[in-house]
Design a protein around this ligand. Sequence first.
Ligand code: 7TS
Length: 402
Amino acid sequence: MQVYLDNNATTMTDPLVVEAMQPFFSEIYGNPNSLHKYGTASHPALSRAIDQVYNALNASDNDDIVFTSCATESNNWVLKSVFTDYIVNGEKDHIITSEVEHPSILSTCQWLEEEGVKVTYLPVNEQGVVDANIVSSFITEKTALVSIMWASNETGMINPIKEIGEICKEKGVLFHSDAVQAVGKIPVNLKDVHVDFISFSAHKFHGPKGVGALYIKDSQPLTPLFHGGEQMGGRRSGTLNVPYIVGMGKAIELATSDIQSTMAKIRSKRDHLEDELLKLSDTFTIGDRTNRTPNTILISIKGVEGEGMLWDLNNGQIGASTGSACASEDLEANTVMMAVGADNELAHTGIRLSLSRFTTDEEVEYTINHFKKAVERLRAISSSFAKQQPTKGGEVTEAELH
Ligand code: 7TS
């Protein structure tokens, strides 16, 4: 059996999405900006995809949704353009974000600091959530933008986006939310919350990699990141990636059309998995389940290094993560666990399991069994376990090493 439990890193493209994209590679391949029939042939599918995205998010016709190459691009665009429009060419000098944002926000903010911008990195509480009142207390008349993720990729914890949006609206400050882990997992209703910008990415909800979007409320001005042939109303030049945009439309429709029942099914599998893993001694998970994306578990297993656990799970054909795959090449402690107050040892023991609508009951059972055995194996060889063993004294012999 093979079990993929790293759906917060990326998801399998739904075969129905691949099918919808297929005609737009070698059959309907004209440039949508061309005036001949080869170009215009893609227009009905593009319009449909745009409708699918607007409907899924309940966006208004006055809003803009601009397709990008990924959420990293959307995040860079909004931060760099707010910098240009409101800081370089305006009176502002300050941006507020949180300590636990994705690197596409944090690294961009670090670059902005080098350019002279003041950036406040808000802490999260022990639940891994940003407190709306803290956001309010840091806003000044110099604040250009608040950027707080909708849900965390590491913990799945959901921030109080409605409250933060209301605070930003009242104080006249722009509000951006990185909604990559929210769109397609939980309802995102843009008529219900006040956000100026959201970023999202198709490959997190069973669409293809390489296509994302930036939502811009009321089509407000924002200096483009790419200048060129004036595609997308001049907001993002470059020939439209027709098959991928069609794929994103299909994927968001599939992910959101019956989201309550899809969520309930994923949640019940996740809760069962979590309940079973928590039966192991000295384990804990981060964050209240009722305020978490229904597919995510971040679990800490005392005495078991995350990297070792990942290796053991991988040997059992289970794909998980010690945190964000984007950052997993360095073996540093999980920064999100540090932020929620876990001590250094625990912060090295975090394993993220993220399910999808394709995860089966059999896969969950297999994972529970393998996980429990892996913890036993790894605890048996861990240094903290060794410390509890009676010491024989003297040097370890060659035979004992094998
Ligand atoms: N924002 C969040 C919250 C994310 O989780 C990711 C990807 C991105 C932005 C970047 O999206 P992309 O479209 O540019 O790929 N997150 C992860 C993760 O948690 N593990 O691997 C990638």
